[in-house]
Design a protein around this ligand. Structure first.
Ligand SMILES: C[C@H](O)[C@@H](O)CC(=O)C(=O)O
Ligand SMILES: [Mg+2]
Length: 443
């Protein structure tokens, strides 16, 4: 039973100095400090359960997201949780349609990242009160309730409420077996941890050797800044993993459309399964053109980690602009909007391979993709979820990887809760980690 009125919302700017080690670096983001606007909501219920939500940022600018969360807070405060989740579509619409705040979106940019953080906290609270991890809450929900969480505005030309219901009803068949399968085997993952762009060749080799020992069979390498470097690094990694294992490449939006085609034609000999974010995430027709040129070379297009909202995904699907769709748990409007994208991907039969990593993204998105397999896609072909081996130690319920697969979390909630000590130490700029770093910079 859901209970309580939201009595408090707090949001903190939490940053990890990952740029110091080149972790997370790519052709466009050369010095990312993995960070989060960390939201905690409390209720007046006696159980003391809190909902925790995050969105992912790269350091600077987290303070702007924090401001946007505070600007949205009045939509949540003093609301009964029962009323929020009882009309989740209405609540989503209320947050995303604030007559003044939507002007600095709508449903994109800082205000949408803030929406994600707030709604992620609501989902965490709801699941904790129900005593289930979010994936299980979703799996056990009847199709009508699931559909009632989705705002179909702007997507009914490709996915109506009736279409969504039909997909979810079909997904009921074999659900029990798939749940058992997930609990026993987990959801297949790939690793990005070996090949950040800022890593030396020696680090790349050492991490790749370790990943092979740990049983990884799918690897992603960052490309896009310098072609000769890319050729050398891709050669190293392909030689190490051999011809059979899967390799993906990620350019993080570095190229123009013709440049993407030309560059990837030179990297095609390394047999990448996909090139991720070859160009601007807003350029739907550009992605379609790249896809048309590269698919004949055996290279698919993957994108999504910087797609603003369901409308962009709708058009990418309509334009046949991608072969792999990458949802993101903290850029889209939480579970609600991700549900609509999972259902559209199912309708277009495009495999979903979520973006993860960052800080907390693995923790969250595992719930969505496990639900997707059990209740929507029922398919593992060409599907895998990203894994990055950073910062899990700061979470109370960190991801569990076994045999290169995500094992379904068992603790109630959305795995979003951070350790209080970690939050305090990494709060920007007053946490002890930052105090030391900022003082050292001044000297
Ligand atoms: C800046 C981030 O680390 C980005 O490079 C992550 C990414 O593109 C991915 O994990 O994929
Ligand atoms: Mg990427």
């Amino acid at each position: 039973m859901v209970r309580g009125r939201i009595s408090r919302l707090s949001v903190r700017d939490v940053r990890f100095p990952t740029s110091l080690g080149g972790h997370g670096s790519d052709a466009m983001h050369t010095d990312p400090d993995y960070s989060t606007a960390y939201v905690v909501i409390e209720t007046d219920a006696e159980d003391g359960i809190k909902g925790c939500g995050i969105t992912f940022t790269l350091g600077k600018g987290t303070e702007v997201v924090v401001c946007a969360v505070n600007a949205l807070a009045h939509h949540v405060l003093n609301k009964d949780l029962k009323d929020i989740v009882g009309d989740f579509r209405g609540f989503y619409r209320q947050l995303t349609s604030d007559g003044q705040l939507r002007w600095i979106g709508p449903e994109k940019g800082v205000v949408h990242l803030a929406t994600a953080a707030v709604l992620n906290a609501v989902w965490d609270l709801w699941a904790k009160q129900e005593g289930k991890p979010v994936w299980k809450l979703l799996v056990d929900m009847d199709p009508r309730t699931l559909v009632s969480c989705i705002d179909f505005r702007y997507i009914t030309d490709v996915l109506t409420e009736e279409d969504a219901l039909e997909i979810l009803q079909k997904g009921q068949v074999g659900k029990k077996e798939r749940e058992k399968q997930m609990l026993a085997q987990g959801y297949p993952a790939y690793t990005t941890s070996c090949a950040w762009l800022g890593y030396s060749d020696d680090t790349l080799k050492q991490l790749c050797a370790q990943a092979l020992k740990d049983g990884w069979t799918r690897f992603k390498v960052k490309v896009g800044a310098d072609l000769q470097d890319d050729v050398r690094r891709c050669q190293i990694i392909r030689d190490m993993i051999g011809p059979e294992k899967t390799l993906m490449m990620d350019a993080n939006q570095r190229w123009d459309v013709p440049e993407a085609v030309e560059w990837m034609s030179k990297l095609a000999k390394f047999k990448p399964l996909w090139i991720e974010e070859p160009t601007s995430p807003d350029d739907i027709l550009g992605h379609a053109a790249i896809s048309k040129a590269l698919v004949p070379l055996g290279i698919g297009i993957a994108t999504g980690e910087q797609c603003h909202n369901r409308v962009i995904f709708k058009q990418l699907l309509q334009a046949k602009a991608l072969q792999f769709l990458q949802i993101d748990s903290c850029r889209l409007g939480s579970v609600n909007e991700n549900l609509s994208v999972l259902l559209m991907a199912k309708k277009f039969e495009i495999p979903v391979c979520p973006h993860a990593g960052g800080v907390g993204l693995c923790e969250l998105v595992q719930h969505l993709i496990i639900f997707d397999y059990i209740s929507v896609s029922a398919c593992l072909k060409n599907r895998m979820c990203e894994y990055v081996d950073h910062l899990h130690e700061h979470f109370k319920y960190p991801v569990m990887i076994q045999r290169a697969s995500y094992m379904p979390p068992k603790d109630p909630g959305y795995s979003t809760e951070m350790k209080e000590d970690s939050v305090k130490k990494h709060q920007y700029p007053e946490g002890e980690v930052w105090k030391k770093l900022l003082a050292a910079q001044e000297n």
